[in-house]
Write a new protein. Sequence first.
Length: 82
Amino acid sequence: MDHLAPDLRPAQAPAPPHRRALVNGAPAMLFVLGDRVIGCVTFDIVGGRIATVRGIAAPARLTRLGEAWRRCAPDVPLVARW
């Protein structure tokens, strides 16, 4: 990795913790910093396989999602560091 330009190295920072959740009934991974949801990926499952992957990044939707997630006693991180 030392061969990369120094200005590209900050992109190697660890990803925020991932937490599992159900979003609109679909399995999801939440990306969380502190108590704030900063991103979400949902999965539509058909026949036991992932059929669709959707990302949620709209601030208004993430705010509502974060409020709901905090009310439901957040679990421990699914992946604490990438």
